[in-house]
Write a protein that binds this ligand. Structure first.
Ligand SMILES: [Zn+2]
Ligand SMILES: [Zn+2]
Length: 325
């Protein structure tokens, strides 16, 4: 990927000693004042430009994910480098891969290492980006061009998650179904379209009757107990069901039907973050109707509510020059 990266905007002010942060607090989240994080060896301090609100954040804020008290939430974000880094000058604009490999599982130990099977996340297992500053491992940084809007940079994680579907054994000439009434379904359709898939249909919970034998593959983005049974009929024999959603919930699998029709169940997790960033930088995805407003961090409750209908962002620092947004 080649593009111009310049340190912009330069950090003009001395770093403060305290910052605002949205932190887990039992079954609610609260706005707290926190000391600035101190980067450990191999880490870099970022000033957060913009952080997207995700369902995971809302679940964590509701106390559903067992996130410890006081943990700073937020994992979808972009910002600028404000502590010394070997190669990136102060002020470099960066997006971040918030999925941190454990380093110990067989996938991490494989050479070349593969996608970790038990990763930690910024904003869940360690402090995240609903804060004015966040410290992250240097390995998570992806420098971004000056022209990439901040909202697009902060949307990198959902794009990389949806781009995982490209790792399934599916082909642009095939007819596909994306099942789900959500932003991820719309985003996945656009990612497939950007890769030459022209015959992709979206159906959702309102479509109780799915056509039989109509698709070469189906992508599940919204788990319902009977969904696999329905998709097993909608996909042609020897077709593929791509498992995409990560809800901690069991689905019914009519085994005899799956075996008789020899349907391939193919789980995918994340696509490549660098490729996802290229997709964003090349402007190959029209995201305008998916991305919503950027609200000040103090309005996080309002932002959590609005995030149900559109991707909503938090602005931790009103002084941050958010251009282009
Ligand atoms: Zn997310
Ligand atoms: Zn691992």
């Amino acid at each position: 990927m080649s593009f111009r990266i310049s340190p912009s905007p330069a950090p003009t002010v001395e770093l403060p000693s305290l910052m605002s942060a949205v932190v887990a607090n039992g079954a609610h989240a609260t706005l707290a004042s926190r000391p600035l994080p101190t980067p450990a060896a191999g880490e870099v301090l970022l000033r957060v430009a913009l952080a997207g609100v995700c369902r995971t954040d809302i679940a964590a804020a509701s106390g559903l994910l067992g996130v410890p008290q006081g943990r700073v939430l937020g994992h979808e974000f972009a910002g600028i480098v404000v502590s010394k880094h070997e190669t990136l000058p102060l002020g470099t604009r960066v997006a971040v891969n918030p999925v941190l490999p454990c380093g110990a599982c067989p996938a991490c130990r494989a050479r070349p290492s593969r996608l970790c099977a038990q990763p930690n996340y910024l904003g869940l297992q360690r402090d995240g980006a609903f804060a004015t500053f966040v410290s992250v491992p240097s390995s998570t940084l992806l420098p971004i061009p000056d022209t990439l809007p901040w909202r697009h940079a902060a949307y990198l994680e959902p794009v990389a998650a949806s781009a995982a579907v490209l790792q399934a054994h599916i082909h642009p000439r095939q007819t596909g179904l994306i099942y789900g009434d959500n932003r991820i379904a719309g985003l996945t359709q656009r990612i497939l379209a950007a890769h030459g898939f022209e015959r992709i249909h979206i159906l959702g919970t309102g479509d109780t009757e799915l056509p039989a034998d109509a698709f070469d593959f189906a992508v599940e983005t919204c788990p319902q107990p009977d969904l696999l049974a329905r998709l097993l009929h909608a996909v042609r024999p020897e077709g593929t069901i791509v498992l995409k959603s990560r809800a901690d919930r069991n689905l019914d699998l009519p085994l005899a039907l799956a075996v008789r029709r020899r349907i391939v169940l193919e789980p995918v997790f994340y696509g490549c973050f660098t490729s996802a960033l290229e997709l964003l930088c090349d402007n190959r995805l029209d995201l305008n109707d998916l991305l919503g407003e950027a609200l000040p961090i103090e309005a996080f409750r309002d932002a959590f509510e609005r995030a149900e209908s559109r991707k909503t962002f938090l602005v931790p620092d009103p002084e941050f020059p958010l251009h282009p947004l």
